[in-house]
Write a protein that binds this ligand. Structure first.
Ligand SMILES: [Zn+2]
Length: 308
């Protein structure tokens, strides 16, 4: 699971399986899993123009698709597309930003096919008992090496540094390409939609802190796992921080009016929302309420939310 938006999911500038060059060190291969939650699909980023490359977010496999099934029943289609894109180069590392099923399941088959280690975020798999079956975690993700905040991995002409960005998930990492000032933001910051923050693992306080962390970095460009590249990162992040503050004010106003139930808040706050996204919107409101509770602004009494 990534974000939520009622925006149209197509067209992209490329089709699933195709590879597109974004800058000399950076290419993108699109996975065949478009949906209201994944936009045009998961984007696998390939870093490196020399003897070896890093592959970021290898994407879903057949059984692990976030929504629906991919065209190929064995799930090899996207892995084959990645292998085609890197033909003649060695895969030095496979990196995953987090372990949602639209990001990490292809790491294992790609690792096997390319003989490359899986490096990146820590393993994390939670039972999904929420309303959102597509927010499932990948239970089979088994990294060879976990990167801590600030740790680096390097290859021929490229260096990637892990930037811990918990919030969307507790194990989320962004990866900074040191040579060019690009940041691979996974599901943390995307231009097409806000990121879904779904408790218990999704944490609004951590998410806001991770947004502020990126704002202070001043990267040149963001390459998210879904949707277009972000060429004015600070402007976008500032807008996102403002958007979350606005949602927070809306929730506090709802509580002032005596609204105590999340579905009713969602119906007031998200006018004209695609009905398929109401569950996700409710999870975001819950994440805000938990954050407000931690800050002492709201409480739960008789199973209802109210102002303190
Ligand atoms: Zn995700």
């Amino acid at each position: 699971m990534v974000g939520m938006s009622d925006k149209k999911t197509w067209p992209d500038t490329i089709h699933a399986g195709e590879c597109e060059q974004h800058e000399p060190l950076v290419r993108r291969v699109l996975a065949p899993n478009p949906s209201p939650y994944t936009f045009t699909g998961t984007q696998t980023w390939i870093v490196g123009a020399g003897a070896d490359v890093a592959v970021i977010d290898p994407g879903p496999t057949g059984s692990g698709m976030s929504i629906g099934d991919p065209p190929d029943a064995n799930g090899r289609g996207h892995v084959d597309a990645i292998l085609r894109a890197v033909e003649g180069q060695r895969v030095a590392a496979i990196l995953c930003t987090h372990t949602h099923r639209d990001h990490s399941p292809a790491a294992a088959p790609l690792s096997k096919a390319a003989g490359a280690p899986i490096v990146g975020c820590a393993p994390l798999a939670l039972l999904d008992d929420g309303p959102r079956a597509d927010s499932a975690f990948d239970p089979d993700y088994a990294p060879d090496r976990v990167l801590a905040d600030g740790e680096r991995i390097a290859g021929d002409g490229w260096t990637l540094e892990a930037v811990a960005t918990p919030g969307h998930t507790s194990n989320h990492l962004c990866f900074a390409l040191v040579e060019t000032g690009a940041l691979f933001t996974g599901d943390h910051v995307m231009a097409w939609s806000t990121s879904v923050v779904s408790p218990p693992d999704g944490d609004m306080s951590a998410y806001m802190a991770s947004l502020s962390k990126l704002y202070d970095r001043g990267d040149r460009v963001y390459y998210p796992a879904h949707g277009p590249a972000v060429t004015k990162p600070r402007q976008l992040v500032r807008g996102m921080l403002g958007h979350r503050k606005q949602r927070e004010r809306q929730i506090l106003r709802e509580l002032e009016k005596g609204t105590a139930e999340i579905p009713i808040m969602v119906s007031h706050m998200y006018k004209g929302l695609d009905p398929r996204l109401t569950g996700a919107a409710g999870r975001s409101v819950l994440a805000h309420l938990i954050d407000l509770k931690a800050r002492g602004l709201v409480r739960v009494r008789n199973e209802a939310w109210e102002l303190t």
